[in-house]
Design a protein around this ligand. Structure first.
Ligand code: DX5
Ligand code: ZN
Length: 219
């Protein structure tokens, strides 16, 4: 299991502290939630923030683009220092083009689907991506509740990857409402990477919560 804390739930006046906590907590990824107030009804952060984060961390910057016209933001995020760029299959009429654009930057390619989007919509691209980001909340905000139906969707996508012999190449990342109490269920369904925002950064001791996620797996 790898943990990807979402800094959307961190204190934006102390992002460097949040990253220090991620170091102490042993997090593998930093999940950067990009929202444009078009694809989702919220506006968060863009390439300048990624550029600043890049200066102070070597961790994998996992950029989650919840934006329309993702084509337009691939190059700016790659230049800013993103390591992985994930777009939403619903946000473009040409997912293949977005995949090609991200591949051309040399960054990891992620494709994401909202809770009500058919898995069939991403199936044609599974052999071209590094990561499938399964949304377990309606994208747009941190602090929402886990959508229980996501568990079966994770298992179905895992099954698809196994059938296509892609399970070692393509990771499943799950995003939204992930807590210590439901992480095991999500991992058992086939998740490789867990995104957690409010569970970590709204806690009194974010480092302890991150370490607790990792001990879950050892149990
Ligand atoms: C929602 C974002 C998620 C969210 C996770 O649109 O993509 O990454 O910030 O936050 P929690 O873990 O609080 O649901
Ligand atoms: Zn996210």
């Amino acid at each position: 299991m790898k943990l990807a804390p979402s800094i959307l739930s961190a204190d934006f006046t102390h992002l460097a502290k949040a990253l220090e906590q991620c170091d102490e907590g042993g997090a593998h990824y930093i999940h950067v939630d990009v929202m444009d107030n078009q694809f989702v009804p919220n506006l968060t952060m863009g390439p300048p923030v990624v550029k600043s984060l890049r200066r102070i961390t070597d961790k994998f910057l996992d950029v989650h683009m919840m934006v329309i016209d993702p084509e337009k933001l691939v190059e700016p995020f790659a230049r800013a220092g993103a390591d992985g760029i994930t777009f939403h299959v619903e946000a473009t009429d040409n997912p293949q083009n977005v995949i090609n654009l991200i591949k051309d930057t040399g960054k990891d390619v992620g494709i994401s689907l909202k809770p009500n989007t058919s898995i069939a919509d991403i199936e044609p691209y599974l052999d071209q991506v590094d990561l499938v980001l399964v949304m377990s909340v309606e994208p747009g905000f941190g602090g929402q509740g886990y959508i229980a139906e996501a568990t079966k969707r994770i298992a179905d996508i895992k099954q698809l990857l196994i059938e296509q012999r892609l399970q070692d190449k393509v990771k499943i990342e799950v995003d939204g409402g992930i807590k210590l109490h439901n992480a095991k269920e999500v991992l058992d369904a086939g998740a490789d990477i867990l995104v957690a925002g409010s569970e970590i950064f709204k806690a009194d001791d974010p480092v302890h919560v991150m370490k607790s996620f990792y001990t879950l797996v050892d149990e």
